[in-house]
Design a binder for this molecule. Structure first.
Ligand SMILES: [Zn+2]
Length: 321
């Protein structure tokens, strides 16, 4: 069996693992903080060290390449990160730099594409032919997998589902547009909606979870309070489900997927989110599309990006990108 190193570059953490070519085994899963403020060279050194530590756990195995998932926008064909505000990289040839450091052929893909591809390869969307995925965290990333390959579009911009408009005159988004899905349903957006309600005097137990410090309210705190039965937190989760439901219904009507997979911290809300989300999609999207579509939480918490990056390398090596 041959192996591939998968590297998931995040704004907060770097994760690496060595994955069997058939996805059956993940060896040497290692992680450490990204510390982007130390500069690109220091981050690259740390990535290479992490990758070597992972490969050491697979000693004796044949390692054929390295797949890298990075925030974008990217030029996947040239292996270049065009711009990542979180990492401070601009026109940065991350694929070739890492490939050279490790002495392995390398492939680069978008982090959200990798997470969704990982869920298709080894997770909740396994075996599905048409997959649309969302990764909900600090932002909302998206990925589209068609016939076993990541769909990139004409200039690597496909799958930016978080920046599809759900309210033409809505909240301003970090991307400059107004009313993006991300501006309502990302982790920070959920927290901001909670704080707005509290500032307006809504009755809730939420302040007790953060010792009265509203700046400490996160989406996780909202899910926790919702699970404890707080009515305002439940309303926020329900509202989030409706917003996501509108976004997912749009994807269902465009792509007619077998599976929509939703990854990230939002899955902690469980059925409180997924039940109203599914009914909102059912209410909005075309019936024949809804009937075949399973809307599922991601299964590979923390490893989807590593699996997907490794699989993205295989995709490149097989000439399918
Ligand atoms: Zn946006």
């Amino acid at each position: 069996m041959r192996y591939i190193v998968g590297i998931d570059i995040g704004g907060t953490n770097l994760v690496a693992g060595t994955v069997a070519e058939d996805g059956s085994e993940l060896l040497g899963l290692v992680s450490e903080p990204t510390l982007p403020e130390q500069g690109a060279d220091a981050v690259l050194e740390r990535i290479a060290r992490l990758a070597r530590a992972s490969m050491a756990a697979a000693s004796g195995k044949e390692i054929i390449g390295v797949g890298i998932g990075s925030p974008g926008p990217l030029d996947t064909k040239r292996g270049i990160v065009l711009l990542t505000p979180n990492l401070g990289w601009k026109n940065f040839p991350v694929r070739d730099r890492i490939g050279t450091m490790l002495g392995l052929p390398a492939a680069l893909d978008n982090d959200a594409n990798c997470a969704v591809y990982g869920e298709w390869w080894r997770g909740a969307a396994r075996g599905a032919r048409y997959v649309v995925g969302l990764t909900i965290g600090t932002g909302i990333g998206g990925g589209i997998v068609l016939d076993g390959a990541i769909y990139h579009g004409a200039s690597d911009s496909a799958g930016e589902i978080g920046h599809t408009t759900i309210d033409p005159s809505g909240r301003r988004c970090k991307c400059g547009n107004y009313g993006c899905l991300e501006a309502y349903a990302s982790g920070p957006a959920i927290a901001a909606r909670a704080v707005e309600g509290l500032d307006a005097g809504v009755e809730s137990s939420l302040p007790r979870y953060v010792d009265g410090d509203f700046s400490k309210i996160t989406a996780q705190v909202v899910y926790e309070a919702a699970n404890d039965g707080d009515l305002f937190a439940l309303e926020l989760v329900n509202e989030t489900a409706k917003i996501l439901g509108a976004g997912v219904a749009n994807m269902v009507n465009i792509f007619n997927p077998d599976v929509v997979v939703i990854c990230g911290g939002v899955t902690l809300a469980g059925d409180k989110l997924f039940v109203p989300l599914r009914s909102e999609v059912t209410r909005r999207a075309f019936k024949p599309a809804v009937q075949v579509c399973r809307i599922l939480p991601g299964e590979l918490t923390g490893t989807a990006g590593v699996y997907g990056a490794a699989a993205a390398y295989l995709l490149m090596a097989r000439g399918r990108v």
